[in-house]
Design a binder for this molecule. Structure first.
Ligand code: FE2
Ligand code: FE2
Length: 292
């Protein structure tokens, strides 16, 4: 006998998505989801489809579009991606069944082929992709945000002192990200590319690939903390009524920066680094042949 739950649920979810788009409410905000009545059998159906013991990083690795759901709920899927979905929901005080329904909704509306799936790329392709998209984005966007955070802090800092803190956080973030990218491009990514074409474990000057990976993950955490603090200080990037256009554009840019960084760090921490570490551990050791 055919089961009607997915069909009925999908109809409600489509209506819900449409309403939110008009109202400009965050698509999966907890408030919005509260209007989604999930029956016991529907909840059981969804829980069976999504393993709530899986880590949030693995869930996004499986379907990258799910990152939007986690962003909306303020759940960290990049640096904090090793935590299970159930634990992440408990930490944020988000009802598990709501977020499972939101993930299912996102899965059902994603059109195949419109999302980059880092998990399907070779390691070298993924390194190239990260450099061409995320690193290029940062090199283009950081100078623009630098100007805006400076101007907004200078002009409105007396009225709203937290703008000076945002400026300081941004400067620190920028100062760390530029050398971070250089280290990835000049040390870690070449090591990973070398691993992928090796039949025996190369002798790297850094020892194991895990050494630069650990350092990069540590720096990701620091950058993530700065972005979290900026989100807090800006009330989730919400401009005050009196905000000028530069202030509003700055918040819009910072919000986009956060979203882009989440994607960027997820692809590195949860896909590239995990696979590179696994690959190195499976290669047989031999005499040193490489001097990277
Ligand atoms: Fe990177
Ligand atoms: Fe990185």
């Amino acid at each position: 006998m055919p089961c009607n739950y997915p069909y009925n649920l999908k109809r409600r979810l489509l209506f819900y998505t449409c309403t939110c788009r008009i109202a400009r409410v965050a698509s999966y905000s907890p408030v919005s989801m509260a209007g989604l009545q999930i029956g016991l059998k529907q909840r059981e159906f969804l829980m069976n489809r999504i393993d709530t013991n899986q880590s949030v990083g693995a869930l996004v690795r499986e379907k990258p579009s799910r990152s939007r759901v986690f962003d909306s709920y303020g759940i960290d899927f990049c640096c904090g991606g090793k935590v299970s979905l159930a634990q992440a929901c408990a930490n944020r005080g988000v009802p598990l069944d709501q977020i499972v329904a939101a993930i299912d909704m996102d899965d059902s509306r994603v059109v195949a082929g419109t999302q980059i799936n880092a998990d399907k790329m070779s390691l070298s392709e993924l390194c190239d992709h990260i450099e061409r998209t995320h690193h290029a984005y940062l090199r283009q966007e950081l100078p623009r945000l630098d100007q805006m955070t400076e101007k907004v802090a200078r002009v409105h800092g007396d009225k709203e002192p937290k703008l000076r803190e945002i400026r300081a956080l941004f400067l620190e973030f920028q100062a760390e990200l530029m050398p971070h990218m250089m280290k990835e491009e000049q040390v870690l990514f070449p090591v990973i590319r070398q691993l992928e074409v090796s039949s025996i474990r190369p002798a790297f000057h850094c020892g194991s690939v895990n050494n630069p990976i650990n350092q990069m993950e540590h720096e990701h955490e620091h950058a993530g903390d700065a972005l979290k603090r900026i989100r807090e200080l800006t009330n989730d990037f919400l401009p005050p009524d009196w905000a000028c256009n530069t202030y509003r554009a700055m918040l819009d840019g910072l919000k986009e920066l956060e979203g882009n960084m989440h994607q960027h760090v997820h692809k590195e921490n949860n896909v590239l680094f995990v696979k590179a570490s696994e690959l190195e551990s499976t290669l047989p050791t031999s005499s040193p042949v490489t001097n990277l």
